[in-house]
Design a protein around this ligand. Sequence first.
Ligand SMILES: [Zn+2]
Length: 429
Amino acid sequence: MKPWHLVHLQRMLRDQWKSPEELADIQNAKLRQLIRHAHARVPVYRRLFDEAGIRPSDIQTVDDLPRIPIMSRRTLHESPLEDRLARGVEPDRCRQSATSGTTGIPLKLHVTPRDATLKSLTWARAFLSRGMRPWDRMVAFIGQEHVRTASSWYERVGLWRRREVSTWAGPEAWVHEIRQWRPRALVGYVMTLRLLADHLLRAGIDDVTPSLVFHSSAVLDDVSRRFLEGTLRTRIVDIYGSDEAGCIAWECGACRGYHVSSDVLVVELLRNGNRVSPGEEGEVIITNLHAYAMPFIRYAQGDVARMSTEPSACGRGLPLLERIEGRTDDFLVLRGGKMISPHPVYHCIDHVPGIARWKAVQHAVDQLTVYIELERRHEPAAIHGAVRRNLQALLGPEVALTVETVECLPVDPSAKFRVVTSTVGAVLT
Ligand SMILES: [Zn+2]
């Protein structure tokens, strides 16, 4: 954390209370700057604008955005890195990650330290607005096997202390970590939180009582919310976010719905290419106003949401989303009833280069098949080997793994594309 981070956070904390008109001015000014940058320095957008006959000066406000074609995850995935990355940004100096979210299409992200900080401040604002204090400790459940162990200087002086806990470790290890470290807040993905809550209930554990529980990275269904709130004995605060955009919207304590971080991004809701009215469902399209190394402009996030028809009750000028719908994946169930959240499964596969799209299906308790559409010019043998090795490390030797290259992924009978599905019934409390 550097002085400019605090200045920026302070500005964001102040801006959320501005009027919708003032916020629109902030948003439009940032949008104009981003569009000029993308046109001048990012080949994939330069081409997109040129093909659509758009000059940067044509985009003055959010109302001009529909002139720009939608950018799909697939198009970005298929573009070479040098086309997606702004000229002058050195990939080696970026933080790199891979994410498929819940789409099954892995996308490699490159983020400069500055862009990464701005993104994490969007999360910080959401946490602060729901009662988190800078000196509180937080446990974050992450999908990677190996967690960050180094702490920053501000953590060493007692601020923003965050301990990462790997979802690979399982509920007993999570409880051990929470008991040892006694965080005030937890943040995790619905399936992980459900596994934790289920374990607390079954094992009769009553000393894991975080004051704050934040949910992120997937859709929180009503049944899971009720179960988690009953077991963890606190309200769950849902945060709608993504690796590409940071905190897109967070649940307000006073309003019914989620405040959109409209000072740092643009959310459009579309149906058949047209913006929908409040109360109507539309596909979520994001423009991240703070991503400069690898911009996301009119980027299809892959979720569906509705804007609220009600005004803000808390005084914030940020618009309200009423509801977010998205995809949900299944748990994997292993012999003996052990359940694995889909979260680490994404990490086993997303980081393997050469995969255009994937889907994992558990057909039986000891059988998992991963279907893969390969990128062009990639040899299947090395990819299959890497996927198998990663998953075997997660699931153990007793699960027989099959990796198959397919031309087209199998269609889900539920008609909703799901990345991790299991026909072995997961029974949670
Ligand atoms: Zn509010």
